[in-house]
Design a protein around this ligand. Structure first.
Ligand SMILES: Nc1ncnc2c1ncn2[C@@H]1O[C@H](COP(=O)(O)OP(=O)(O)OP(=O)(O)O)[C@@H](O)[C@H]1O
Ligand SMILES: [Mg+2]
Length: 376
């Protein structure tokens, strides 16, 4: 049988499918070993979650560590957060779960974990219910008390951590910080993609998390290292990919991990076993076509000016002065103030982001699609 596609699109498929990140992995492990909290920041889809899973995979056999990965993206408030943490900590239902639940319940009195059977799958699952009148603060304190009693070094990765700033409760940051500070046997990995939110959380004097954590800005994978990774993945199953195709892939995707992976995944799945630049270019066009429905949908979510502005930014491959006369004139965008308003809205919707010096379209394939539209 044909080997699995080595360009995985799932968050983490194991070290064999994972390119580089050697230095970052070491940094995170060193932070953990030395009980320093660490905050991982990058643009979306650069590989934060994958990196955390990779680190956890490396540490999985360390007997002294207890590892928890918790993605809080879907939590809407403090109770949701607490519920999720409690569930993760109690873990999957297995033989030892009953014991864990017993100990957990003697310390965390405000929450009641219960094992129920999932109606659809028939497998056991944990449900957490809040005891009558218990305030979320109390549950949080108790959960942290439970963690403090663990004999192991507890590592908790909170992915999409910026989500806590969307909770309706006002004092979440302070409350969490206070609880975390009291733990002597736990280390936290905070991770998220909303750079400005996380940076201001961790580096603004006056915010509860100020300087409580080391920052790790996850950048692009080194071009040559990625080239070698792609090349050898193709070689392993007697495929070839030539240098111009490799160059094309890394240029077009700007070495942004997800987009590299996606294009390579597609190329690997072709009947052709020898990939050249022409095949790579055609495949990229196929991807843009496949995604067209989504892109047209974006259009309906934006105002005319916002969409026009996006097209112009894409066409310029990023713009350093979006309110300049030249740029506005070239693309007939109206007045600087309306462009400014549209830009704020696009930033908020995460359709564009600010690079060091330029405003860029966030989704690289979408940018390619926009760029092509304006040509025709
Ligand atoms: N080092 C790597 N080698 C190969 N593929 C990777 C690597 N890191 C991430 N990927 C792949 O890139 C894609 C994006 O990775 P991941 O989901 O970890 O990014 P993220 O930064 O957490 O994104 P988001 O901000 O959307 O949560 C996934 O398909 C993942 O498999
Ligand atoms: Mg992620």
């Amino acid at each position: 049988m044909e080997k699995d596609n080595p360009f995985t699109l799932s968050v983490y498929a194991g070290p064999a499918y994972f390119c580089d990140r050697i230095i970052e992995t070491e940094k995170i492990i060193s932070a953990i070993e030395n009980h320093r909290n660490i905050t991982l920041i990058s643009h979306r889809r650069m590989g934060k979650s994958g990196l955390i899973k990779h680190v956890f995979h490396k540490l999985r056999n360390e007997k002294k560590l207890s590892l928890f990965y918790i993605d809080i993206m879907d939590t809407e408030d403090l109770s949701g957060f607490i519920n999720l943490i409690a569930k993760e900590i109690i873990g999957k239902v297995d033989k030892s779960t009953m014991n864990v639940i017993k100990v957990f319940s003697t310390i965390v009195k405000s929450l009641r974990p219960k094992i129920s059977i999932d109606q659809l799958t028939g497998s056991p699952q944990i449900e957490i219910s809040v005891q009558h009148d218990a305030a979320p603060e109390q549950s949080l304190t108790e959960i942290f008390e439970y963690l403090q009693k663990q004999e192991k070094h507890v590592i908790i990765a909170l992915d999409e951590f910026q989500q806590i700033t969307n909770y309706p409760e006002k004092n979440v940051e302070a409350m969490l910080r206070k609880s975390i500070q009291q733990l002597s046997n736990s280390t936290f990995i905070f991770s998220g993609s909303q750079k400005h939110l996380l940076l201001s959380m961790f580096s603004n004097y006056g915010r509860p998390f100020y300087q409580s954590s080391e920052l790790l800005n996850l950048l692009k994978i080194d071009k040559e290292i990625y080239k070698t990774f792609i090349l050898s993945a193709f070689k392993k199953t007697n495929r070839t990919i030539d240098q111009s195709a490799l160059k094309f892939i890394l240029n077009q995707t700007q070495i942004h991990t997800f987009y590299v992976q996606y294009l390579c995944n597609k190329l690997y799945s072709l009947p052709q076993k020898d990939i050249n630049e022409k095949i790579a270019a055609d495949t990229l066009l196929d991807i843009l076509e496949e995604n067209e429905v989504v892109y047209f949908n974006y259009k309906t979510l934006l105002t005319r000016l916002q969409f026009k502005l996006l097209e112009a930014i894409a066409k310029e491959r990023g713009i350093s002065k979006p309110t300049s006369k030249d740029f506005i004139g070239k693309y007939k965008l109206g007045t600087p103030s309306s462009v400014k308003t549209a830009l704020v809205s696009l930033l908020k919707k995460e359709m564009v982001y600010l690079d060091e010096s330029k405003t860029m379209v966030y989704d690289i394939f979408f940018a390619k699609w926009l760029e092509r539209r304006i040509q025709s």
